[in-house]
Design a protein around this ligand. Structure first.
Ligand SMILES: [Zn+2]
Length: 459
């Protein structure tokens, strides 16, 4: 099995206390092993009894993480996974399978038939059913000639230093150029699990609010608001339509004309179908007191709780992120449960929340120090208590203090090293061991490594 060959390569490059950089090696793991494991995710999840496969693959993953991060044999798996910002295997497979399904559906809706052959009652079916209505990727059409787009206003303003009153004046000057257009203000709003669009018609002073039930990105929400505004303007028979949005990223996306943004393409296509009309999409700054923008903002906020729901297909990129967030939520709950039983110290250290970025990413620290601090943060080091656990020595007590000699004892308590300890920052800075473990600054870690070197303790 190739996967095992790659595991040995990883082990070869990662010795206990030094070797290749953990962040680099995590990427090597992802490229060589994780990709192979998730490649067959669909097949694995089609099996109704896949517990055995999960366990087998999890063993390989655990061994790789242990070598890469420099952990002892006693370190709980939950701690290793969380510290590497990785998930248990079942989530890796689910995520890969969900992405595969979303990609298939976005290419061609006929793939629905292919996917319907998934065995009922299998885990894959559950994943398939949880995926929201996927939008199909359409080839980008050219930017229509009858559409003008502007991502700035009159005058040159330095970002963040221009007073609102000036920005408001410039915005109103810009807007006045479209006096003979049918003017529509749009806005998008989002809170934790809801999205709202708001549209305000300048001539009729009417407001339009709708709720979107999927957790799409704010840029997607803003583009949907623009699309709806244009559709309504066209239905009303207007010949010249100007949409005023406070989303710069939406205007930039419309100008760029790539097919990554499903709703940009939809907007272009709608305008192509109406060649006799003139369209303008103008960016204006938000929250500077432009009345139409304030009204659209209020309409979008109403949309968040509106009972009128807009049923729209979800772009691929948004769908990926929805799946990622769902899986992270489930892992968070599982982490909480698991650390109640095993790895309690690490659970408390993280306040029961696993991270989604390894603490050592982009840290200018050498491998030895990262691995040392990984062990310290897991509360599983090569101190006497571990050696005793592994039956290397019979006695785990410190010969001077008659207390168990673990990392906390060596770093914070042991009376043999009182004078050395006093010369180091950590002893004054932190009340206790767990607090010190939370500080992942290079200065803190180097300080502790220096102290251990002085007292000649290799943990
Ligand atoms: Zn001691």
């Amino acid at each position: 099995m190739n996967t095992l060959k790659y595991l040995n390569i990883i082990k070869f490059f990662c010795t206990k206390r030094s070797g290749a950089h953990p962040y680099v090696m995590l990427n090597v793991y992802k490229a060589l092993i994780k990709s192979r494991i998730t490649y067959g995710a669909i097949a694995t999840l089609k099996e109704t009894n896949n517990q055995e496969i999960y366990q087998l693959v999890q063993v390989v993953k655990n061994a790789a993480l242990r070598a890469i991060l420099g952990y002892t044999k006693s370190t709980p798996i939950t701690t290793m996974l969380a510290e590497a910002a990785e998930y248990p295997i079942k989530y890796d497979l689910e995520r890969a399978a969900a992405r595969f399904i979303i990609a298939k559906l976005s290419q061609n809706h006929d793939n629905q038939n292919y996917l319907e052959k998934i065995p009922h009652g299998s885990h894959l079916m559950t994943i398939f059913n949880s995926i929201k209505n996927t939008a199909m990727v359409k080839a980008a059409s050219s930017v229509p000639n009858n559409l003008k787009m502007f991502d700035s206003i009159e005058g040159s303003h330095q970002k963040n230093v221009t007073p609102n009153i000036i920005l408001k004046k410039s915005s109103l000057e810009t807007i006045s150029k479209f006096e003979n257009y049918f003017m529509i203000y749009t806005d998008g709003s989002l809170d934790e699990d809801s999205r709202g669009i708001g549209i305000y018609f300048n001539d009729t002073k009417e407001m339009y609010s709708r709720r979107i039930m999927a957790e799409v990105s704010i840029c997607t929400v803003e583009l949907i608001a623009i699309l709806m505004a244009l559709k309504i303007g066209i239905l009303m028979g207007k010949r010249k339509i100007a949409v005023l949005t406070d989303s710069k990223s939406a205007v930039v996306s419309l100008k760029r004309n790539n097919n990554n943004k499903y709703f940009s393409t939809q907007i272009h296509n709608l305008i192509h179908k109406n060649p006799e009309k003139d369209f303008v999409i103008q960016w204006i700054p938000s929250h500077v007191g432009v009345p139409g923008n304030e009204s659209a903002d209020a309409a979008a906020k109403n949309g968040l709780t509106s009972t009128e729901i807009l049923d729209i297909p979800i772009p691929k990129g948004d769908n990926y992120k929805i799946i990622d967030r769902k899986i992270f939520e489930r892992w968070k709950n599982e982490f909480k449960e698991r650390t109640r039983i095993k790895g309690k110290f690490y659970g408390d250290l993280m306040n029961q929340q696993p991270s989604n970025v390894p603490w050592f990413k982009h840290k200018g620290l050498d491998t030895g120090k990262i691995k040392l601090f990984n062990r310290i943060r897991s509360n599983h080091t090569y101190a006497k208590n571990f050696l005793n656990l592994m039956n290397v020595i019979d006695d785990e007590t410190c010969d001077a203090c008659n207390e168990i000699e673990n990392a906390e004892h060596i770093i914070f308590k042991c009376k043999k090293f009182t004078s050395e300890r006093q010369r180091h920052n950590f002893s004054k800075k932190y009340k206790n061991y767990i607090e010190m473990c939370r500080d992942t600054s290079s200065s803190n870690i180097s300080d502790i490594a220096e102290y251990l070197k002085e007292i000649k303790k290799d943990i």
